[in-house]
Design a protein around this ligand. Structure first.
Ligand code: SF4
Length: 423
């Protein structure tokens, strides 16, 4: 695809000068971004984005063997993030908070599996202190030393800094010392002040989200970045958001991947108010958000499709629209299923490989830092014996060994499927 791009053949005349810029490797400006969002020539948009992706990543598509863990769904912002289906008040039905033993018990499912990443996000619990999280991370590293830990969104970092009365930098340093590898990109939603006033009036501001990620990057903690689309935001809001992400990436280079997150309207106040219950975003919007991101975020290496939100089928098609990164095996997807996602909670390893190959692409299993773990897949069954792994790169050991915690004698209670600021 990278060899033949003729912008003069694009159906939408507004895309042609943008295609010329893309061919010359020039940065797109906000007006270009608005034209991309405004076009109805989805295939032309995909052609441009696919060309850029092929030039950058060839036919490689990255995925990870990861496991999501959500330690608590109790959140002090439960009544003000009106798009969220996950959070509960402490005494509300369905509220849960895991002990560390319960977290370790769930994480133990990684044993004998190819898991290379724990993805840990949750609510803003009023009483869970920083030590709960540092102990959790250190304990997980002690039990699973080769597994990277991607944990806590910028919102959670800012919350911990507030209740501990210390700086966000100190929170991040403590988590890193405990064994944290990277931060997920959730909690960004859309940075526009007007949008936040409508959907998340008490959540940290866009500038504060950027500040937390800048600090993480300064501490050499790489992070992901996201945007929640498909609710009340405008195309200008989206481009403003992407422009802020691009500016921070120019400054620090710390973003690993960008993930457009599709809003799901079930079981939340915003969906009811908008009369959107039972409807998700459209495939057209999902593909457009992938393609615009690939074209506009010229300094972010990877664009990820989140299959639990948009379905594996749509994610497969996204690989022809500029996407080179697919959400992983997940194991327990609670966040979007609580909001009405109809997809599986788990994607077997072999299915992910087949999904990528089915799109004519070359799968590459990666770790949290996007270092290749495996590039040959002679047997794509999901069993642990089917894989021949290259040694995992060295990871940071916990600064102080965590106290050994015996596994619970009885299985941890099954947590209800609740568990939104993920990714
Ligand atoms: S989106 Fe995050 S911060 Fe807001 S209520 Fe849900 S869990 Fe809490």
């Amino acid at each position: 695809m990278s060899g033949a791009l003729d912008p003069g053949r694009l159906g939408d005349l507004r895309l042609r000068p943008i295609g010329d810029k893309v061919l010359r490797g020039e940065r797109l400006d906000p007006d270009d971004g608005l034209a991309l969002y405004g076009t109805s020539d989805l295939l032309g948009l995909g052609l441009l984005a696919g060309w850029v992706n092929a030039r950058r990543n060839g036919d490689r598509v990255f995925f990870s063997a990861n496991q999501h863990i959500n330690p608590t769904n109790v959140c002090v912002l439960r009544n003000t993030c009106v798009f969220c289906s996950f959070a509960r008040m402490p005494k509300e039905e369905g509220a849960y908070t895991r002990s560390l033993d319960e977290v370790y018990h769930e994480a133990a499912q990684a044993e004998g599996q190819p898991t290379s990443e724990f993805h840990i996000v949750g609510g803003l619990h009023p009483k869970l202190r920083l030590q709960y999280y540092t102990d959790m991370i250190a304990g997980l590293k002690q039990r699973h030393p080769s597994v990277h830990i991607k944990a806590l969104t910028a919102v959670e970092i800012a919350h911990l800094a507030r209740i501990e009365r210390i700086s966000e930098r100190d929170v991040l340093q403590a988590l890193k010392d405990a064994g944290l590898t990277s931060l997920p990109g959730g909690g960004a939603e859309v940075f526009s002040t007007a949008v936040r006033a409508t959907i998340a009036e008490r959540k940290l501001t866009g500038e504060e989200w950027i500040r937390v990620h800048r600090t993480a990057h300064e501490l050499r903690i790489p992070t992901n970045c996201t945007m929640l689309y498909g609710h009340v935001e405008t195309a200008a809001d989206r481009i403003g958001h992407l422009t802020m992400l691009r500016a921070l990436q120019d400054e620090t280079g710390g973003f690993l991947t960008y993930i457009p997150l599709a809003y799901h309207p079930d079981h939340n106040q915003l969906g009811e108010e908008m009369g959107r219950v039972g409807t998700a975003t459209t495939g057209y919007e999902d593909l457009k958000n992938i393609a615009v991101a690939r074209l506009y975020l010229d300094n972010v290496a990877h664009i990820k499709t989140h299959w639990p939100m948009v379905t594996p089928f749509l994610s497969q098609i996204a690989l022809a629209f500029g996407c080179d990164d697919v959400e992983g095996t997940v194991v327990y997807e609670r966040v979007y299923h609580e909001a009405g996602a109809q997809t599986q909670m788990h994607m077997p390893y072999g299915e992910l490989v087949r999904l990528i190959r089915g799109a004519g692409k070359r799968p590459v299993e990666r770790n949290s830092l996007y270092q290749p773990v495996r590039e040959r897949f002679d047997d794509t069954s999901s069993g642990p014996d089917a894989r021949t792994r290259v040694p995992a790169p060295a990871t940071t050991a916990p600064a102080t060994p965590a106290p050994a915690t015996p596994a619970p004698a009885t299985p941890a209670p099954v947590v209800s499927a609740r568990a939104v600021h993920a990714a």
